[in-house]
Design a protein around this ligand. Sequence first.
Ligand code: GN1
Ligand code: MG
Length: 363
Amino acid sequence: MNQLFQIINHFSITGNITDIKPFGSGHIHETYRVVTETDTADDYVLQQINTNVFRDPEAVMHNIGLVTEHIGKKLKASGMSDAGRRVLTPVKLRDGQIMYRDHANKVWRCFVFITNPKTYDRAVSDEQVYEGGKAYGNFLWMLSDLPASNIRETIPGFHDLDLRLNQFEDACRTGLKERITETRHEIELLSTRKDEMRTILQLGKSGRIPVRIVHHDTKINNVLFDINGRGLCVIDLDTVMPGFVHDDFGDSIRTFTNTGEEDDANLDNISMNITYFEAFARGFLEQAGSMLNQVEKDYLALSARVMTYMQSLRFLTDYLNGDIYYRIHHPNHNLQRTRAQIKLMKCMEVSFDKMQRIITSLG
Ligand code: GN1
Ligand code: MG
């Protein structure tokens, strides 16, 4: 704890700190909430960046600095009174940087804590899902005039399905033997879907869908809602990188429409809520629809299946490799996550025609 107090003091914060405590449900970084004494001083979020995952933290913070400034300027220009609550604000060090490297070479950053946010790990109403769709659609819209060449690739090939398939196939050869045997069924199931799931990747390679700056981690819990349930702020900007609209739309559907948890141990809890699909797509397209070409729209429904497939692959790959990437809370956690995601993917396959019709009807 003492160490955390020392770290936070390198940042230009105001207010007396009363507590620093673990915070959030991310799988990657160490995150703390820094509590200050009075209501008038801001609280903060302090994070130790996982440099095994983000090998170039300077690039991550370069992107975050650029993106938050770009969005912040636009919000202010549009006269938003609460602009500071609608975009993350990185806190500067005394020397103006937004990242601190300590003596042990650990890398830290700090954001102003947005007060009274509501976050959800599971959707609660059509209205809330619609608001989430608007928030992520608006995020893409806001970044649509920021040249993609200004943004660095913080994890090369992050959503490149061929790379994920290669990593999966390597793990199937060199991973833990007993786990490979244990997951024969899941390995087979994922392997047989490979070709269809590569469709969006191929559209990208042939230039039929444009590269855009996208978020790449559009989980339901990466949107903050205000007390009235309106979408307030998109957070977790580490993976904002050049990609495709499908990365964001698909990954959103994966968490916004799941009636169970991402890692639900009871597969009966998991299904796809098609009403939520409609609500999310409506909000998303209201904000971002005008910038998308027809091919991008035609493959939105498929992107939900592709992103759920990719997530299944990634969880299973990590399980086979002995849990070296995602933080786990029990020994079978990555297997449980894999099974939950596969169940969701199958539900999406059943609802696929309906999803397609909804997207078409939204125009
Ligand atoms: C990780 O940062 P966090 O925990 O929200 C992962 C995402 C996965 C997600 C699955 C850098 O996100 O890609 O979709 O877990 N982030 C990274 O819950 O790998
Ligand atoms: Mg993330």
